[in-house]
Write a protein that binds this ligand. Structure first.
Ligand code: NAD
Length: 353
């Protein structure tokens, strides 16, 4: 298993370091991992004047999976757009065709108070949003702002080919199979033809997965149901724009940004794995960052790229035990718990692995 580690900026190096410790411990137990390191984002601009240098592109292409910390920081905010750290992230997604974005929102019962929703609505929440990442209205043409009949008009094009819908549907059905075999496809077929096609193609693909229970929901209702009764969902699949909005909504149900991992996959299940949070420059280098989102990203990597479900479960169970034992980084700390730093949280997970 060739894994490229791209720590990035801010808290990136601290959190990926904890992930590496876990991977080395698993290697000690017989997991065949090979790690290589590269620069991305601001750290790559500092050294190579490029947020996604050629050497990193080659490293990423040769790897089976990539673990990324986070990119960005205020010192890069004045750079021209093409030199900004975030361009490194967009470039790696594009270069490797990572079209499927998987974002679980899981709330451990011990952290139920972190959510703004009532604990009974969200305790034990465990849903997965599969978002199409390289198509839809974000990329469709024609697009622009122009003057028509003496006034400015802004326009974009919502477009999906059936092959784009089919490939994301397959990812979602397969992900559902790895969970409780329940999939909800979200569209707006009552108004948008593009999403009528979405629904038709998802139904065609469903014939190949008779063991998965498929349902459909309109996006406005889905946004409401996610707040009203989020635990009715298991896996949700949707397009780029609806997924952008719903995945942020779902992640905030849990209230703890330092806990949530993500995966972006291509058609060969090669993946880019990263926590959903940013580089947190306000706490960088202070041993304050919560490394659990990054450790859970490693668990997603083992599950989705390497099909090592049992090893993934070892990491997830270790995280559960650590939380049950009361260990908390500052972002999830509550009175009566044991406050620990980034490295100590890593120690605790290792000890429970
Ligand atoms: P952020 O996610 O970095 O931070 C938001 C808040 O959450 C901060 O108070 C931070 O301290 C806290 N936080 C984030 N991760 C944490 C963790 N693991 N443990 C404890 N606390 C944590 O978002 P921001 O402040 O809007 O952005 C900071 C920089 O990160 C910007 O340059 C932005 O462009 C970049 N960014 C990068 C990514 C990415 O790499 N995928 C995503 C979002 C933002």
């Amino acid at each position: 298993m060739k894994i490229a580690i791209l720590p990035g900026d801010g808290i990136g190096p601290e959190i990926t370091q904890q992930a590496e410790r876990i991977l080395m411990a698993l290697a000690h137990d017989g997991l065949k991992v090979e790690l290589a390191h590269g620069l991305i984002g601001g750290s790559a601009v500092d050294k190579h004047n490029d947020p996604f240098p050629e050497a990193t592109r080659r490293l990423a292409e040769e790897a089976d999976a990539i673990l990324l910390g986070a990119v960005g920081g205020p010192q890069y905010d004045q750079l021209p757009r093409e030199k900004r750290p975030e361009q490194g992230l967009l470039a790696i997604r594009k270069a490797l065709n990572f079209f499927a974005n998987l974002r679980p929102a899981q709330l451990y019962p011990e952290l139920a108070n972190a959510s703004t929703l009532k604990p009974e609505v969200v305790a034990n929440l465990d849903i997965l949003i599969v978002r199409e990442l390289t198509g839809d209205i974000y990329f469709g043409t024609p697009r622009g702002i122009e003057v028509r009949d003496g006034q400015r008009v802004g326009f974009n094009t919502m477009v999906y080919t059936e092959s784009e819908i089919r490939r994301i549907a397959h990812v979602a059905f397969q992900a559902a199979r790895k969970r409780s075999s329940k999939l909800c496809s979200v569209d707006k077929m009552n108004v948008l033809e593009c999403t009528q096609l979405w629904r038709n193609v998802v139904e065609e693909v469903a014939k190949e997965y008779p063991d998965v229970a498929l349902s459909h929901m309109l996006v406005d209702n889905a946004a409401m149901q996610l707040i009203r009764n989020p635990k009715q969902f298991d896996v949700i699949v949707t397009g780029n724009m609806f997924g952008d909005i719903l995945s942020d909504e779902a992640s905030m149900l849990t209230g703890s940004i330092g806990m949530l991992p993500s995966a972006s996959l291509n058609e060969f299940n090669k993946g880019l794995y990263e926590p959903i949070h940013g580089s947190a420059p306000d706490i960088a280098g202070k041993n304050l960052a919560n490394p659990l989102a990054t450790l859970l990203s490693v668990s997603m990597m083992l599950r989705y790229t390497f099909n090592q479900d049992a090893t993934a479960l070892r990491i997830e169970n270790a995280v559960k035990k650590v939380l049950a034992s009361g260990y908390r980084t500052a972002d999830i700390f509550e009175q009566g718990m044991i406050k620990v730093g980034t490295a100590e949280m890593g120690d605790a997970v290792l000890a429970n692995l």
